[in-house]
Design a protein. Sequence first.
Length: 337
Amino acid sequence: MKQPVILECRDVWKIYGPGAESYLNTNPQPRKGELSAAGLIGAVRAANIQIRKGEIFVIMGLSGSGKSTLVRCLSRLVDSTAGEIFFEGKDLLDVSNAELIDIRRTKMGMVFQQFALLPHLTVLENAAFPLEVQGVDRATREARARNVIELVGLKGREDYYPRELSGGQQQRVGIARSLVVEPDLWFLDEPFSALDPLIRREMQDEFLRLQNLLNKTIVFITHDFDEAIRLADRIAVMKDGAIQQIATPEELVLNPATEYVAEFTRHVSRSKVVTARSICTPIDGDTFAGDVAHDDLIDVIADRVEASELPFKVVEDGVAIGQITSKSVVDILVGRY
């Protein structure tokens, strides 16, 4: 059963340059070249997205693709030039400034690449700061801050200052600060890109652990496809301000909608995104080495299946839907699929 849509944008544009709004009124669907000829920059062009409750929705693209601008439009940190944006069924473009501030303070959490911690405040004070802004009393806000500090693995460092923490620890404080308001929707704009590879991997693990515990609705920006396929339920690929395709990581790799998406995913290891369901074939016997789940990644089950002369049953909700053989796994591993 699909979860309800919590955030949606319809035909959203963000154009920079003089007379952008009036230009768009007379040219409602301009092409990129037409915008350039008019001296305008189409940072976001005709974006349509539906984000469902509880999913990790990744927006990715190269530098300048428009992904950060789109997220700022979704949260109304910047106002779009045209289009509609709905959060929990409410049009964000119609709410008052006071309502928007309240939504941001109580329902949205944000984490950015720059940690933006207040250097004169301790870890506890930084984590509790959003609640202080809301006017929450000290005892309550500190109790909630201690809970999220423990959640992100920083218990015992409540009295440290940012300068006494590593980069990964500082990012954890930023995550704790965004979680303390218990947001329904969590925006993360390249939160790990400033970290070295080892710490970045650890933070991805931490992020997935938190998501399993909290089940937030997350909009995550990255330019790293390996990071995207590791974290995402669905991915939107952007280029030149336009969304090229929205799909699961597996669908993007197996069925790219454009040549750009195909090139973007060309060097991705298929074993990390292809599931047993996608390569299973009809059952043609009654002897099996065992069962694998329909959504098991080939990367996870490859050693077991490849080592067996017998096929494995592929099972979904307790029902066998097909079989998978060592040959089909090898085909994935060597790139024949």
